[in-house]
Design a protein around this ligand. Structure first.
Ligand code: NAP
Length: 321
């Protein structure tokens, strides 16, 4: 423990990558006096108990919410509304309800009607993750030096926002506040569109590989391997993200398609200047990301280190023969 508890009783509803990471980090940092969790399936609840992630594992969302002064809903975006409807009547006056969803406008729309007067609602999105899911995948350091974006509705009490910001800071995150619509636009380009591209390109390669599967595997360079990592992300979570952030994603996809057409035309016409100028601009963005500490400059593009054993590739990328 390294801090003063900011909340008495932290309730986590949903214990996948994000829920379990919050449990690890909150316990390590002493951010709450006690942690109660619940998950949809008995199997996950049993696993959470085995892992000792919380002080108490309860069977229902309502039981988790009762008596908690911070409730964080850590389920896929499309399920946030129904969870809010379940916990609404059980929330203690003065409690704070938050979430971790990757889309904020839809979460605000779906959850807000169920939050009773006297309860603070401060949606949040920790911009941190891996391609893994489930209660075993979490770790305490996930949020360190990552951003957590809070999107409180305009009428939210400043003290409630500050208290949740202090919680996330204690877990190691840098906290930023913005409007939900703006969040969805920003994340549409920085996270959602890249995931869509990764899902697309890996699918395209998989179809190609029916002809040249072993070549795709053998000669896959860092770029493709990075795409396969992103494209291994949880299908439920990402289905919900695209459905919930439809407008912003379609807007970004439209711009992306136009830029892709420009580069396609440059390649077709042999217009090297256009390609060179474009790649020079994008290189500057990468350098900027490294400069502000959001990634390491180490030249590691997912290639295995020579001393690591070569694990077999998972299907469908493993060759048939
Ligand atoms: P996850 O590892 O797949 O865990 C999801 C949890 O939600 C599990 O406990 C699951 O219960 C529960 N759940 C699934 N569907 C549900 C439903 N319909 N009703 C109630 N509970 C349900 O997911 P995660 O990666 O932690 O993501 C959780 C949230 O964090 C999502 O909203 C996502 O957008 C957001 N987020 C994810 C990342 C990331 O990189 N993964 C990063 C930032 C934010 P069972 O285990 O019982 O099925």
């Amino acid at each position: 423990m390294s801090g003063q508890p900011i909340f008495n009783r932290l309730a986590l509803i949903g214990v996948g990558l994000i829920g379990s990471s919050i449990a690890h980090a909150a316990r390590k940092q002493g951010a709450a006096r006690s942690i109660v969790v619940t998950a949809r399936s008995a199997a996950t609840r049993r696993r959470v108990a085995e892992l000792g992630l919380a002080d108490q594992v309860v069977e229902t969302n309502a039981a988790a919410a009762e008596g908690a002064d911070l409730v964080i809903v850590c389920v896929p975006v499309g399920a946030c509304g129904e969870v809010a409807a379940e916990i609404g009547p059980h929330l203690a006056p003065g409690a704070t309800v938050s979430d971790v969803g990757s889309v904020k406008g839809a979460v605000l729309r779906d959850m807000a009607p169920h939050i009773p007067a006297g309860v603070h609602f401060v949606p949040a999105h920790p911009v941190a993750g891996t391609e893994n899911s489930g209660p075993d995948s979490g770790f305490a350091e996930l949020f360190v030096n990552r951003w957590c974006i809070l999107t409180p509705p305009p009428q939210t009490e400043a003290a409630a926002v500050a208290r949740l910001a202090a919680f996330w800071s204690l877990l190691g995150a840098n906290v930023e506040t913005m409007a939900a619509e703006h969040h969805d636009l920003v994340l549409g380009i920085t996270s959602h569109l890249p995931h869509l591209i990764a899902y697309t390109i890996v699918g395209t390669a998989e179809e190609l590989s029916q002809v040249t599967r072993s070549e795709v595997l053998q000669f896959s360079a860092g770029g493709f391997r990075d795409f396969t990592r992103i494209a291994a992300s949880d299908p439920t979570m990402w289905r919900d993200v695209f459905l919930a952030n439809k407008d912003a994603v379609l807007e970004m996809l439209g711009r992306f398609s136009e830029d892709l057409s420009t580069l396609t035309r440059a390649i077709r016409r042999g217009d090297g200047d256009t390609l060179f100028d474009h790649f020079t601009r994008t290189r500057a963005i990468r350098r900027g990301i490294v400069e502000i500490g959001q990634d390491s400059p180490a030249p590691d593009f997912g290639r295995p280190h020579p001393d690591l054993p070569h694990a077999p590739l998972p299907r469908p990328y493993a060759a048939d023969d």
